[in-house]
Design a binder for this molecule. Structure first.
Ligand SMILES: Nc1ncnc2c1ncn2[C@@H]1O[C@H](COP(=O)(O)OP(=O)(O)OP(=O)(O)O)[C@@H](O)[C@H]1O
Ligand SMILES: [Mg+2]
Length: 190
């Protein structure tokens, strides 16, 4: 990575905390480092996850690439460097990553439209990251939760700008408080 960054205590805490919550929500003021914390959290997850396919999503595909793959030069392609390469297969564009747990594929897709679901149906995912989840379509979010149901290490993370955490969308997620596949608490950090 050619951009030097030193994670803040909050970002460090996010990266290191256990993966024991079904949906983690990063909420905070604009430009406070939420998405950057998520980059390192995801990089950690991908290196230990037993699942091959993962998804990062945002308003549209361009935004998903910009937020997570490039990520203002701290995104996944920079963290993994020579171990990562942009590829394309029958499920779409993805970042292929070589990890100690094998090759992982991180698909990047848009999720703001009612028909965004079409791009992920039939996929089996280990994790989903939702960039600015408040801008995504509920049918897409719900389908993402279904796509991870068979995951060995099921995980979801979202970031959003205020208003939160009592945003109506988050209230709706209460139906989806997933804890290791069971009903459990969702967690608000930052
Ligand atoms: N620990 C850090 N050290 C140096 N730069 C950082 C650090 N954390 C974040 N940045 C930089 O600060 C800027 C804002 O970070 P980031 O995009 O993660 O914030 P955000 O809270 O997600 O912003 P937004 O509200 O726009 O979504 C980015 O350019 C990012 O690279
Ligand atoms: Mg952000």
């Amino acid at each position: 990575m050619n951009k030097k960054i030193k994670l803040s205590p909050k970002q460090k805490q996010l990266v290191k905390q256990p993966f024991d919550v079904g949906l983690e929500v990063q909420e905070g003021t604009p430009r406070s480092g939420k998405t950057t914390g998520v980059h390192f959290r995801l990089a950690y997850l991908y290196t230990i996850s037993r699942d091959t396919n993962h998804l990062v999503s945002a308003y549209n595909q361009e935004q998903a690439f910009r937020l997570f793959i490039d990520g203002d030069r701290t995104g996944l392609m920079h963290i993994f460097g020579d171990l990562a390469k942009i590829k394309h297969d029958e499920h779409g564009d993805h970042l292929e990553i070589h990890t100690p747990k094998g090759v992982k594929k991180v698909y990047y897709k848009g999720g703001a439209k009612a028909n965004s679901v079409g791009a992920i149906t039939g996929m089996s995912l280990g994790s989903v990251a939702f960039g600015e989840i408040n801008l995504l379509h509920m049918s897409f979010i719900q389908e993402c939760f279904r796509r991870t149901m068979a995951a060995q290490d099921r995980y979801h993370i979202a970031d959003l700008n205020p208003p939160a955490p009592n945003h109506p969308l988050l209230k709706k997620y209460s139906t989806y408080k997933i804890h290791n596949g069971l009903i459990g608490p969702s967690k608000i950090t930052q």
